[in-house]
Write a protein that binds this ligand. Structure first.
Ligand SMILES: Nc1ncnc2c1ncn2[C@@H]1O[C@H](COP(=O)(O)OP(=O)(O)O)[C@@H](O)[C@H]1O
Ligand SMILES: [Mg+2]
Length: 391
């Protein structure tokens, strides 16, 4: 590798979702963990309006660790991604003696006032809608540039709790029974919907969630008709599709990290213990109250149970067309039943996040983890290039 040119990795972060600030902290950790012998980062921040702005590394690395204090630098040159190789500039590995990574840049970042910069691979460290949901993945796919993480389909499916649960159910994976309701149907047939919610099971307490969101935004715990109706109205404030499911009794929350492409591996299993008065892993418990929740790595479960969670994680990864990385979240009921709750296709990647912590506990440190993720993106890019496009 010594004489090979470094691969230029565009790290894209921020974004338009409620997880903008967490994304900045995730990007900071990814950039800190990037192997500088192999990769050269270029930083692109997406502000809350969706503008792409070149960011300085020193500013990113100097950010406070508190999500309430992090900021993108706004007085920054605009960046545009174009699906053409940068003219006059050759990036990528010049002499790939082993042939493994014989890649050259395909896309270009045009930085206002600085000119074009060839990019070999993009690491979209974006969480939530407009970043983790297939939108940015679509742009990168059109630009023909390899990128880290799930593609358009896997990202979109992972973001939509309704479609995700249908696919998991179809794959025979254990999920909590649920009802998905469109805003139109809620308006048209409220009584019928409330009847179907009552039919979900004997549980009186329901969880109501916007279908396409994350970070517990718009999620409520509701007991009784009136609270359930209110919770549904709240959730419809965030999305026009809502998912309702019975509360799991004696809940424990387990998480498992997955890494890979065709042959993914699962990490050790971790646990989230919620202590927040909200009584569930709410937005406040996740991000506002420092003492809202603690994490336990590894989780205090039996070896058999851990193995089961790992197997279910890999099956989930496959059933949902994930690629590169995902964190699969589980519910464990008091009677020991394990349910797949959801997948996060670009999980939190900060210094204190579960995803890197779980792999650290499994013997894969952050630097190796980030290198592997970039390599997986390049491998997929190479494979896609070989697909026939005419017939
Ligand atoms: N069926 C359920 N039973 C018990 N708690 C739940 C249930 N659904 C959600 N919760 C609680 O709400 C939190 C957020 O729900 P989740 O489906 O993970 O949405 P998000 O994508 O916003 O994280 C969970 O981590 C859990 O604490
Ligand atoms: Mg969750």
């Amino acid at each position: 590798m010594s004489r090979a040119k470094k691969l230029r990795v565009a790290v894209v972060f921020g974004g338009r979702s409620a997880e903008h600030e967490i994304s900045i902290l995730s990007a900071r950790f990814v950039v800190e963990s990037l192997d500088r012998d192999r990769f050269e980062p270029v930083l692109v921040g997406i502000d809350k309006h969706g503008r792409w702005l070149a960011q300085e590394e020193s500013l990113l690395l100097g950010q406070a660790r508190d999500p309430r204090l992090v900021r993108l630098s706004q007085a920054a040159p605009a960046v545009q991604l174009s699906p053409y190789p940068a003219s006059g500039e050759k990036s990528g590995i010049d002499e790939a003696s082993d042939g493994a990574l014989a890649t050259t840049s395909t896309a270009t970042l045009d930085v206002a006032g600085r000119g074009p910069l060839g990019v070999d691979v993009v690491f979209p460290v974006l969480h939530g809608p407009m970043g983790e949901d297939g939108t940015v993945q679509g742009l990168l796919t059109l630009a023909d540039v390899p990128f880290v993480g799930s593609g358009v389909l896997g990202s979109a499916v992972g973001m939509d709790k309704d479609v995700m649960k249908r696919l998991l159910r179809d794959a025979g994976l254990p999920i909590v029974p649920f009802l998905s309701v469109s805003a139109a149907r809620w308006k048209r047939a409220r009584e019928a919907v409330l009847g179907e919610i009552a039919d979900l099971g004997p549980q009186k307490t329901m969880f109501v969630k916007p279908a396409n969101l994350g970070s517990s935004v718009g999620v409520s715990k509701a007991t009784g008709r009136q609270e359930i109706e209110q919770a549904i109205e709240v959730a419809f404030g965030f999305d026009d599709k809502v998912v309702v499911e019975p509360g799991v009794v004696g809940l424990r929350e387990l998480e498992c990290a997955v890494l890979g492409g065709d042959e993914p591996i699962a990490s050790r299993v971790g646990e989230i213990r919620v202590t927040h008065p909200d009584g569930f892993y709410s937005y406040a418990a996740k991000y506002v109250d420092e003492h809202g929740a603690t994490t336990l790595v590894p989780a205090e479960i039996s070896a058999e149970e851990e193995e089961r969670v790992q197997r279910l994680s890999l099956a989930t990864f496959e059933a949902l067309s994930c690629h590169g990385l995902a964190r699969v979240d589980f519910f464990r009921a008091a009677d020991g039943t394990i349910y797949v709750n959801e997948v996060n296709t670009m999980p939190g990647f900060t210094a204190i996040s579960m995803y890197p912590k779980l792999f650290e506990a499994s013997g894969i440190g952050a630097k190796a983890l980030v290198s592997r993720l970039v390599d997986l993106a390049l491998e997929r890019g190479e494979r896609r290039k070989k697909l026939k496009t005419s017939y």
